[in-house]
Design a protein around this ligand. Structure first.
Ligand code: BG6
Length: 290
């Protein structure tokens, strides 16, 4: 029996959830319920698309040049960056944003509630035991819990690197991070925070440090509002590569920066998570249209 046949036998949910082999050979879960349609790779426990009912297309951006291959990250959707964010703090030969986004997670449970399909996937490495729970319904929830399975204290960083699909980066604004201090990663400077909404006119790469309850990404002309409600998170990364960096990224179109904006629910740098032996921490977010 192939892996996909086995997954369908054990975990498919009638017409609501099925498994298939993606053109790349990676395994794809497909959700199709009245509330939404969605696709998720077991590779990286990576949500590729999520389209709530009454919306024409996914609210998540996925690059036309995304690479789908074992050991490679996928450009778009929701990569899970873990257990470090950006470059590894001491070993530059290790992959950016950690190993979780480039490995096959193991599906451990699926469930159907009245209006949601739930997938649970697990990954165990370096004595860190992670469970990603995805709930697809009228909203999308993602929660990643990490348990320190070693007998010494451990630290880690995590970011739910969500790429939102927008019509034009010059027409959006982000609210909810006013007066939150941030690190400008491009200038390596700390800012006390600004009391205005965020707009985009150049490459933007900021780590906001502070707990927030709700962030709104609004499209001015299209009147679309994406709402992000973080849980267990004390950092938010706001990223758009703009013109020059887009050209440098091999798996990203030169003009695609216009159509995406990343708002990442996270715990990084000064707000990395410290776990005593046996302790668990969960980072999550609910994403929906207003
Ligand atoms: C963002 C970082 O979260 O991810 C950026 O803040 C980085 O600095 C971006 O460039 C994309 O990273 P990657 O490894 O997916 O190209």
């Amino acid at each position: 029996m192939t892996c996909v046949e086995e997954l369908n036998e054990l975990y498919a949910l009638e017409n609501d959830l099925s498994f298939e082999t993606h053109a790349s050979g990676l395994t794809l879960a497909r959700v199709n319920i009245p509330e939404c349609q969605a696709e998720c790779m077991l590779h990286g426990a990576h949500v590729l698309s999520y389209r709530p009912a009454h919306r024409e297309r996914s609210i998540l951006f996925l690059s036309d040049q995304a690479v789908f291959a074992q050991g490679k990250p996928i450009r778009g959707g929701i990569p899970i960056c873990f257990p470090w964010f950006g470059s590894h703090p001491t070993d530059q030969t290790l992959p950016a944003h950690g190993w979780a986004r480039t490995q096959a997670w193991e599906l451990i449970e699926t469930a159907r509630t009245k209006n949601q399909v739930i997938l649970r996937m697990a990954l165990a490495q370096d004595e860190l035991y992670s469970i990603c729970e995805l709930a697809f319904g009228a909203e999308l929830s993602i929660d990643v819990s990490v348990t320190n399975g070693s007998d010494i204290p451990r630290t880690f960083e995590i970011a739910l690197h969500t790429y939102f699909e927008i019509n034009s980066i010059t027409d959006v604004e982000v609210s909810g991070l006013e007066n939150v201090p941030y690190v400008d990663q491009l200038k390596n400077e700390i800012h006390p925070g600004e009391n205005t909404t965020i707009r985009f006119e150049e490459e933007t790469d900021r780590i906001y440090q502070g707990s927030v309850k709700k962030i709104t990404l609004s499209e001015r002309n299209q009147k679309t509002q994406f709402i992000i409600e973080p849980r267990g998170s004390r950092s938010t990364i706001v990223w758009n590569p703009w013109i020059e960096k887009s050209k440098r990224m091999a798996d990203f179109g030169d003009e695609e920066y216009l159509r995406m904006c990343c708002i990442e629910t996270a715990n990084v740098r000064a707000n990395q998570i410290k776990l005593a032996a046996g302790q668990t921490h969960s980072t999550g977010a609910t994403i929906r249209l207003a």
